[in-house]
Ligand binder design. Structure first.
Ligand code: GDP
Length: 199
């Protein structure tokens, strides 16, 4: 069952603008086009709560959605997509300072969900994100997204290939194979989210 009572709160371009009451946060991180917006829509059952971008690298804001699911309040927080820069390839090596500052900000992060495309091995930016989350001791989980693009057998192959390149510490984390187009794939993730925000 999808998350209840979700609404868009605001887009934040500077950390100081994130002045809403603190609540547990489920944060979505991933490359531009990894499917963060689509996942927010799918998790909330709202087709256009988050804007699905046709162009890569559009959202350079942190977008907040407040959820009040079975009387538990939390935020779904959408970070700027990384790995794409209008300035060109050589400028892609760093996360935006907004992303950096945000994850440094000691909010009550319940979990950072790192979205990877199940069809591709993690990029250097994905690896850098995982390494950084681990270094900071932040709680995170890995989502292999767009699973609808592969058959069951291909999904298992892709999972093994991705596991082979993930560092040891990332292997210890929760991992979900999901698709925003296949609602049933979201059930384990929904249970996980409900469990960690209630803790
Ligand atoms: P964001 O940049 O991470 O917010 O990604 P979007 O949600 O805007 O999605 C980027 C593109 O991938 C869009 O064309 C979506 O329709 C597509 N997409 C997102 N999630 C899925 C999925 O689970 N399956 C498939 N097949 N396409 C997806």
């Amino acid at each position: 069952k999808v998350l209840e009572k979700c609404q868009f709160v605001k887009s934040v371009y500077k950390l100081e603008e994130a002045d809403m009451p603190l609540l547990p946060e489920i944060v979505l991180a991933g490359r531009s086009n990894a499917g963060k917006s689509s996942l927010i829509n799918a998790l909330t059952g709202r087709n256009s709560l988050a804007k699905v971008s046709r162009k890569q690298g559009k959202t350079q804001a942190v977008n907040y959605f407040q959820v009040n699911d079975m009387e538990v309040k939390f935020y779904l927080t959408d970070l700027p997509g990384y790995g794409y820069s209008a300035a060109g390839r050589d400028k892609q090596a760093e996360f935006s300072s907004l992303t950096d500052n945000y994850l440094e900000s000691e909010r009550p992060f319940a979990c950072i969900l790192v979205l990877l495309d199940i069809r591709h091995l993690p990029t250097n930016m994905d690896m850098a994100m995982l390494q950084w989350l681990d270094f900071k001791g932040l709680p995170y989980a890995i989502l292999l997204n767009k699973a609808d693009k592969l058959s069951r057998a291909e999904q298992q192959k892709a999972l093994q290939a991705i596991r082979r390149v993930l560092p040891d510490y990332a292997q210890q984390q929760a991992l979900f194979i999901v698709s925003s187009l296949q609602k049933e794939t979201l059930e384990p993730l929904l249970s996980y989210i409900r469990k960690i925000v209630a803790d």
